[in-house]
Design a protein around this ligand. Structure first.
Ligand code: NDP
Length: 335
């Protein structure tokens, strides 16, 4: 099917800032407002991540240039390509690389991106499901890969996931369970027990058990490893409870950026703390993580953790995600 031609104008959610004033809302922009890049993409879906909510509300300094179209994820159809790797009509996805932060992102009908940032839609994933996974799910997959690389294997102690009912957490629970790990899900929302069990968690750990300050530098060796989307006191507790030669993949800060921990888990138990960044992840780990997603997340499983919202609802849902009220992932219908 031939790709449709490039429209003259497109609808976008635009954040502007200047002279101490900030505004955010929908605008019609000319195609000439698009940034540099080899690929022009008709965006069909984007997603709502914690970082998007910080950008949309202005509650975090995510945007590095104004005016900006937020949206750190996008999937859609190539309309124009100045790179031999892609042809008009190809379905692509882009996550990270600064889209929605330093160059226009996915909250618009059109996007222009570098060809090196785009991935062909992985086999078996639709644009909608790829965005239901989005940066949060991709990060969860990077975390699971990091645990595997650190030698954490199924069959031993459980792996704990913090912020489990959120985007990163819910995908991490599903991926770990699918890979055969026993999964403990830590959540501040007891009402999400059934949801987390449906994704494969076999144990629910109340958030307050981990959020309290520790009284001892080491606690019982409970976890083979962890995926942490929360940081702060919660990550510190996970480190104190991680077993000898275990590993924890830390990717988030939903509960804080500090880390009140001693070196004892590292020097007495050989525990490894692996930081995980999704934005600048190079091609090889990117391909591996999307491969895990395409292989291990069935359509049913993705749909079970997804809510679809229209682009117009992104501002309201941004407040909800920052308040820790969004279950799983929110996919944004753009077209
Ligand atoms: P979500 O809001 O979907 O999930 C965050 C979860 O953290 C919430 O659902 C909640 O889980 C828990 N939480 C929220 N507030 C608190 C709090 N004050 N104290 C303890 N726990 C809390 O966000 P995402 O999944 O999109 O992102 C999660 C984190 O990961 C964010 O900090 C985000 O910036 C980071 N991130 C980092 C990436 C990277 O490249 N390093 C990429 C993607 C995300 P529950 O209700 O189950 O307790």
């Amino acid at each position: 099917m031939p790709a449709p031609s490039l429209p003259q104008r497109f609808r976008a959610f635009v954040v502007r800032e200047g002279d101490g004033a900030r505004s955010a809302g929908f605008e019609e922009l000319p195609a000439s407002a698009l940034p540099e890049g080899e690929l022009t993409v008709a965006v069909r879906y984007s997603s709502l991540n914690y970082k998007d909510a910080l950008a949309v509300t202005g509650k975090g300094k995510v945007i590095r240039k104004f005016p900006m179209v937020p949206g750190i994820d996008l999937a859609g159809t190539v309309l124009e390509s100045r790179d031999a790797s892609f042809q008009p009509g190809d379905e692509v996805l882009v996550t990270g690389w600064g889209i929605g932060e330093a160059t226009f992102g996915g909250y618009a009908g059109l996007a222009r991106v570098r060809a090196a940032w785009a991935l062909p839609l992985p086999r078996g994933l639709t644009a909608r499901r790829a965005m239901a996974v989005g940066t949060a799910g991709f990060t969860a997959a990077l975390c699971v890969d990091a645990l595997e690389d650190a030698g954490v294997r199924p069959g031993g102690r459980p792996v704990i996931v913090t912020g489990a009912a959120g985007g990163v957490g819910s995908v991490a629970v599903a991926l770990l369970a699918r890979a055969g790990y026993e999964v403990a899900a830590s959540t501040g929302r007891p009402s999400e027990r059934a949801f987390l069990e449906s994704l494969g968690a076999t144990r629910i750990v109340p958030r307050e058990e981990l959020a309290r300050p520790g009284t001892r530098p080491l606690e019982s060796e409970t976890w083979a490893g962890g995926v942490d989307a929360v940081g702060g006191a919660v990550l510190a507790s996970v480190l104190r409870q991680t077993a000898y030669r275990g590993a924890v993949a830390a990717c988030g800060l939903a509960g804080g950026t500090d880390l009140p921990v001693t070196v004892l888990p590292f020097v007495l138990r050989g525990v490894r703390l692996q930081g995980v960044d999704s934005v600048m992840a190079p091609a090889a780990p990117r391909a591996r993580a999307w491969g895990r997603i395409a292989r291990d997340l069935t359509a049913d499983r993705i749909d079970a953790l997804t809510t679809e919202i229209p682009l117009a609802e992104v501002p309201a849902w941004s407040e909800r995600i920052l308040a820790g009220q969004v279950r799983g992932r929110a996919v944004v219908a753009v077209a």
